[in-house]
Design a protein around this ligand. Sequence first.
Ligand SMILES: [Mg+2]
Length: 415
Amino acid sequence: MSFSRRDFLGKAAGLSALALADPVSLFAQEYPGASKDLVDIAAKPVLDLSSLKNPVIIESIDLLKKGNQFFVRVRSKDGVEGISLDNNRARYLAPIFLERVAPFFIGKDARQLENLLWELYRWGSNYKLQGLAYWSPVAWLEFAILDLLGRVAGKSMGDLLGGVIRKRIPFYVASGRRDSTPEEEIVYLQGLIDETKAKAVKYRVGGRMSRNEDALPNRTKELIPLTRKVLGDDIALHADSNSSYDPPQAIEVGRMLEDIGAVYFEEPCPFDRLEDTKLVTDTLTIPVSGGEQEYSHWRFQWAIQNRAVDIVQPDLHYYGGMIRSIRVSRMAELRNMPTTVHISGGFGFIYMLHFASRTPDIGRYQEYKRNIQNYSDWFDPPLRIIDGEMTVPEGPGVGIVDTKQVLKGAELVKA
Ligand SMILES: [Mg+2]
């Protein structure tokens, strides 16, 4: 045959070795439009393995269920355990975790996590599954392995991921409602502020993936000026359209948000319409944010290089965990763009706190969903809200003190 099979296999073997050595920069040459500085900064190692001199061999990985909550428990050969919590999606994504993610890691050295994530993506053609349904289970495992490594190293997640630089995180409280009239929403927002003592709020505009339709007639254009008028000048306002608008409509709503001095306008256009989003970003002066649905490193790179948004928002679960999200934040930082991560799942804000503890530019406020009391006592010292800020968990790994107690009564989920 004219196309040499041997040549091809030789190249494939070379590709495999290269992939292990340098997972992210591998494809740089294939994307001549990619800025080299972005490619290089993303490719640098993320984990600080300096205090992990010996292999941490993964002996078992279990998925457990307690009530509605799912947990991953990773145990090393030396008997150290790390755990993580899912993002309320394991009830239907469990088979992907049990069949496509967990088995690959058995017998592997957890210190190789960064390369293993890349190899997992290729393993059994897992890349064909990619999207939130693949990367969420990867994140559950990554968080559990980071917890394990942190416990072995005696380092918090933030220290393991480069070093803690802040211990308190300013937050906004999120409304999440669209069923309210503007007047009802104002009362609701004021209640959230009173309850949490937040210095910032986020509310929803538009109709959610609604092709310009509002949730209620005129809700958005009445709500936006009313929030500033009633809540006052001292509160920081954020608005999220959840992919509601085409560019002309997004620009009109964005202008209203500029008039009230809002902090940012989130996901103005359908999330995968990057060029539409860029048009809105280019036109408005208010920062545009987005990225919670994104799962592609290359598309984030494109979005940063072309400034499709002003603030990037990978979701720590949907996007596959801390390491991938940190790579995005490094590229963003190089272009003076903050990374304000999106969170999902009840426990998701804990991972956000760790991410925010070590990331130089996180923007002004991180999301809070009013559930700190459900987990506060798992940590020592207990998590607290002080003056519009949340405290970052201390202690090794994710910081849960008594994982046995947390997992008490949990049942094993089988493939
Ligand atoms: Mg959003």
